[in-house]
Design a protein around this ligand. Structure first.
Ligand code: GLC
Length: 740
């Protein structure tokens, strides 16, 4: 017992069991030595000058001087062991030698890039997603990066919004699981490990619900919807120990997220008891003036710090205004201590006070990045992210001895485009990235011929290359078309009002189709596109997103059947822009359509079928999977019993393959209306041809909880439909009663 008291006494004075000072003690001691300006300095982040990712106004000379004076806490977009070392040396000239944090957008890989995140989500493979972030963290840390501004966990139901490419789609359950996998991958064995980086849950919050899918636009929704659909991935991230949060540009119900006390103080730092720090998004503190929420930068600074924003990315408002506000008594100095303390805590956890240069290591930078092992993984991950939408007549998989294959389209020989948006541009990228042409050529038999024609440009009205493309197609046994949207047409500030193939690509496809050659269409995009003519007229279609460094090899592995595609869509694909937002977990309404074509006084459009073109969770395989023997442990439960569910999945086709078995529920009646379906589980299973697997799930009342109109999070007894299937439309259903 004495030992316990001893330890308690120790910890009360800030020492751990080994007599070492705790980080809290170290932070408190350091804060006690700091001036107000030095504390505010820790709350300042500037962008470096090489890879600006926003409207930059950094004056490089002035920034370097600020660093030497201890008035900068972090830099973003400074990368490389040499570059970070040089900036850190400036910080070591400051009075208290407080090291800088280096942040960067490591969004889908670093030196080795992986599929854009929406493509990764299509893999539904949490293990691969986590591993990809493990690799990304190792590579970024080897480049001197301490902190990635990822994962982006914004739920998004509007594909006009360009940033759907960096998220996990429309579903809260899937988005939460993927966000947790990413954080685990980034932070690995814990902060301070030389291959771990601080993760950052962003953009807090509801950035994906921008009105009209227009980036930076307003968000207005009930607190119930906010808590039910958009906040769970953030809450889970906070509970999982994500090192930082980044808030979002948008206002939420009239209050910019940057100053939104409800989400940042009441919830995040209050109810969720979050101990990390919140960085604003690029300039968002200053942007509260154009928002019309602050009359000037002085008021913006006051509202941002009151609202819970700890670090100011690139708006320069905090350093200009906070010291004044504190001296005038308008801002409590305790808020500055809390914000600076949160930031210093992370610097201690990262071991930067022990050795500010520990991550800036030339040798590690050379050895641990873009090696064959990372590329091999990238190739596998790319193949797993591909979604097979159609394979009429089983044209795929293609034989490697096909005599003559034509690859036609503006993306066939692209290299850097395969990065998609949000990738760090390394100078040698053109040589390192495997184009679609090269990937296919690498695998086609040496006696076969691969022809190529660009056919058209990505986004203009020039049809002068059509004739050559048609002639090329006529020489081939099979034609592979590679079409879509430009790689930088999704991402930040890339909202599109129409989301079809750009330029004259669809016209080219129609011209090639007139040759009568069998066509395999590959669609390159960072978002769901609308391609109704192709979907109705082209026999084979696969969604290839943007797959990263090994793109061409990943694509060829699927085309030739080395990998049997198993991807499933993480977002519903609309038939027209007019159908947006369309998502699977909608409410039933009082007049639900009876089927896809019902328009008789029901909630439907008179000029459009009701279902999306492709539903959430949809994806085909080269083999066939049959579901049978769905069994529930009980048809009637009470209280906290668990419901065990099993189903047999049989591979009845000709290829081994993976299937994502999806579990949905429907709460038939509630004190608020409930979605017609809610994803509550999934398992990706590998089944050899001719074999079967019993797949089991378990549900508890915890899985049935929802927010009511008083924001109580609980479950109600009642009738529930339990559904299992291969996508959100094709399910088997059994009804149960579950009383409280
Ligand atoms: C950008 C993005 C954000 C990114 C940050 C730093 O504006 O909104 O996601 O992490 O600035 O590049």
């Amino acid at each position: 017992m004495k030992r316990v008291y001893f330890l308690l006494a120790f910890s009360a004075f800030g020492w751990n069991a080994y007599g070492q000072k705790t980080i809290d003690q170290k932070v408190a001691e350091l804060l006690s030595k700091m001036t107000l300006e030095e504390k505010v300095g820790q709350m300042v982040q500037y962008s470096g000058f090489e890879y600006a990712t926003g409207p930059q106004h950094s004056n490089s000379a002035a920034v370097l001087e600020e660093i030497k004076k201890g008035k900068v806490g972090s830099m973003l977009n400074v990368a490389g062991s040499e570059e970070t070392r040089s900036f850190q040396k400036l910080a070591m000239q400051s009075r208290l030698k407080i090291p800088l944090l280096f942040g960067q957008d490591v969004i889908h890989g670093y030196r080795t890039t992986f599929p854009v995140n929406l493509g990764q989500a299509a893999s539904w493979d949490l293990g691969m997603i986590e591993k990809s972030e493990r690799i990304a963290a190792t590579e970024a840390a080897a480049y001197g990066i301490h902190w990635t501004f990822a994962p982006m966990v914004d739920i998004a139901r509007d594909p006009r919004w360009g940033r759907v490419m960096e998220g996990s789609g429309e579903d809260t359950y899937l988005g939460t699981k993927i966000g947790l996998a990413r954080i685990k991958g980034f932070q690995g064995r814990g902060l301070g490990s030389l291959d771990a980086v601080m993760a950052c849950a962003k953009h807090f919050a509801a950035y994906g619900a921008a009105v009209g899918g227009r980036d930076y636009n307003s968000v207005d929704m009930s607190l119930r919807q906010l808590n039910e659909t958009y906040l769970p991935p953030f809450k889970a991230a906070a509970e999982a120990g994500v090192a930082t949060f980044m808030n979002s540009f948008n206002d939420i119900n009239g209050i910019p997220a940057t100053a939104n006390q409800y989400i940042q103080r009441d919830l995040l730092k209050g109810k969720w008891n979050y101990k990390g720090f919140v960085v604003s998004d690029w300039g968002s503190i200053g942007e509260m003036v154009p928002h019309g929420y602050a009359k000037d930068f002085n008021e913006a600074a006051e509202r941002a710090i009151q609202g819970g924003s700890d670090m100011d990315m690139e708006s320069r408002v905090y350093m200009a205004e906070l010291p004044k506000l504190v001296k005038e008594g308008k801002v409590d100095a305790k808020l500055i201590d809390d914000a600076a303390g949160r930031i210093l805590t992370k610097k201690f956890e990262m071991g930067l006070f022990d050795d500010p240069y520990r991550f800036s290591n030339e040798k590690r930078q050379k050895e641990q990045t873009d090696n064959q092992e990372n590329r091999k993984f990238g190739r596998e991950f790319g193949a797993k992210s591909i979604v097979l939408l159609k394979n009429q007549g089983n044209i795929l998989p293609l034989s490697k001895t096909t005599k003559t294959v034509a690859l036609i389209g503006p993306f066939g020989k692209e290299t850097v485009a395969n990065h998609g948006f949000w990738s760090i541009a390394f100078k040698d990228d053109n040589q390192r990235i495997v184009s679609q042409f090269d990937g296919i050529k690498n695998q086609l038999d040496k006696n076969s011929t691969l022809l190529y024609a660009k056919g058209c440009n990505v986004d203009d009205q020039d049809k002068t290359q059509f004739a050559e493309a048609v002639e090329t197609a006529k020489k081939a046994v099979v034609v592979i078309m590679t079409l879509g949207e430009g790689h930088a047409m999704s991402g930040e500030a890339k909202s599109r009002s129409t989301i079809g193939f750009t330029g004259v690509q669809e016209d080219l496809l129609k011209e090639i189709a007139k040759t009568g050659k069998p066509i395999i269409l590959m669609i390159n995009a960072g978002r769901p596109l609308i391609f109704n003519w192709a979907a109705d007229n082209i026999p084979t279609i696969m969604y290839t997103w943007w797959l990263g460094t090994e793109a061409g090899n990943s694509i060829a592995d699927v085309l030739f059947g080395t990998v049997n595609p198993g991807g499933k869509l993480p977002m519903s694909f609309p038939r027209t822009e007019g159908q947006i937002p369309v998502y699977y977990n909608h409410y039933n309404t009082g007049r639900p359509a009876k089927n896809n074509t019902d328009r008789n006084y029901v909630s439907a459009y008179i000029d459009l079928d009701n279902d999306p073109k492709y539903p959430f969770g949809y994806g085909l395989s080269y083999t066939d999977f049959k579901y049978s023997d769905m069994v529930l442990s009980s048809a009637s439960l009470t209280g906290n019993q668990a419901l065990n569910i099993s189903v047999t999945v049989s591979n009845t086709g000709k290829y081994d393959g993976e299937e994502v078995v999806q579990l949905y529920i429907r709460d038939l009646f509630g004190k608020v209306v409930r979605p017609v379906k809610e994803l509550k589980g999934f398992q990706k299973v590998f089944i050899k041809k001719g074999e079967s697997k019993k797949v089991e799930f378990k549900l508890t009342p915890e899985d049935l909880k929802f927010f009511d109109d008083n924001l109580n999070f609980d479950w109600e007894g009642g009738e529930f439909d339990i559904m299992i299937g291969t996508n959100s439309q094709n399910v088997q259903t059994k009804r149960i009663s579950w009383s409280k």
